[in-house]
Design a protein around this ligand. Structure first.
Ligand code: SIN
Length: 311
């Protein structure tokens, strides 16, 4: 007898085995492959239904000075600063490994200009190895002048600039650090975004009581984990009422129940982030628990849940 709801779901034309994926930069698939070998990429072991890469920039980045991670009550501040090998390094060294993933690959990219985004998007698409692209317009940890995702008009223009240039679905990662994330989501949709993902981290810092200075090397970072879940749920719900494109919801997903909260708020997929630092295979457990939560509520599939009368 079947004990939990079946979870396969379609997202932007991509078939996924469940709605549970990772948040960008929170799971190192390449390290897992290096340490655990082929087993790490066996479909029965890989913890997510799609893999979102760490954000790639055109040029290599070393990232921010330590401390880069700081634990807080029910949360974590990170100020990693997008360390990455740059576009060439990613395409030459990382993509051949990620091409062996048992799940679709979503590549996260960040640039300072529309032209920079175009170069990233076109080159990644050319490789034929990505199923979608996530545009990180919301990182709080780099000093690039304007953060595109803080301005609805900039976001819309970026999307319009990119839209005709790629066949791949474009997901816009939104910042919670604005007065109205809904306006940015509406602008992203108007510009042609295929989906939005939210929330990125909330600007935060910690003070070292001995030195009296910030404990974060770069001075501040972004808060994530269960502490931010209520904020994330509110923003997902508000954005759901303003756009019709799918939403990837994230912010403190730790178990099946919190994943379900995001689906109830209007997300189509949920991303696990901070919980991966505690339990790198949390995605698998959360998927199981989500199936059980849906069954408990009388749904035999995620499709039946999405089609429920009140949704
Ligand atoms: C980082 O590398 O600083 C985190 C990425 C992000 O918040 O977008």
């Amino acid at each position: 007898m079947k004990t939990t709801a079946s979870l396969p779901i379609e997202f932007c034309g991509i078939e996924l085995s469940s709605p549970v994926i990772n948040g960008s930069g929170t799971y190192d698939a390449i390290a897992s492959r290096r340490i655990f070998g082929d087993e790490a990429f066996a479909s029965e072991n890989f913890p997510f239904a799609a893999f979102v890469s760490k954000t790639i920039t055109e040029n290599p980045r070393a990232g921010n000075p330590p401390n880069r991670i700081w634990e807080t009550p029910t949360g974590m501040i990170n100020s990693i600063g997008l360390p990455n090998p740059g576009l060439d390094g990613f395409v030459e060294d990382h993509l051949p490994i990620l091409a062996e993933l048992p799940v679709p690959l979503i590549v996260s990219v960040m640039a300072e200009t529309p032209e920079g985004f175009t170069r990233l998007v076109e080159r990644i698409e050319e490789t034929g190895r990505a199923s979608a692209l996530e545009l990180n317009v919301s990182c709080p940890n780099v000093h690039s002048g304007l953060i595109v995702g803080e301005q609805p008009t900039e976001t819309e223009q970026l999307m319009k600039h990119l839209k005709g240039r790629t066949e791949l679905p474009l997901i816009v990662k939104l910042t919670p650090n604005v007065a109205s994330p809904e306006e940015v989501a509406v602008a992203a949709e108007a510009g042609g975004a295929d989906a939005v993902s939210l929330i990125n981290t909330i600007k935060a810092t910690a003070i070292d009581p001995v030195s009296g200075s910030p404990a974060i090397g770069a001075g501040s970072g972004g808060l994530s984990g269960p502490a931010v879940r209520p904020v994330a749920l509110q923003q997902v719900r508000a954005i759901r009422s303003r756009v019709s494109i799918p939403i990837i919801g994230m912010g403190g997903v730790t178990d099946g129940e919190s994943a379900l909260e995001f689906l109830l708020a209007g997300a189509s997929l949920v991303a696990v982030g901070t919980e991966n630092f505690r339990d790198p295979v949390a995605g698998r457990r959360i998927e199981r628990e989500l199936g059980a939560e849906l069954t408990r509520r009388g749904f035999d599939s995620i499709g039946a849940f999405c089609d429920r009368p009140s949704s």
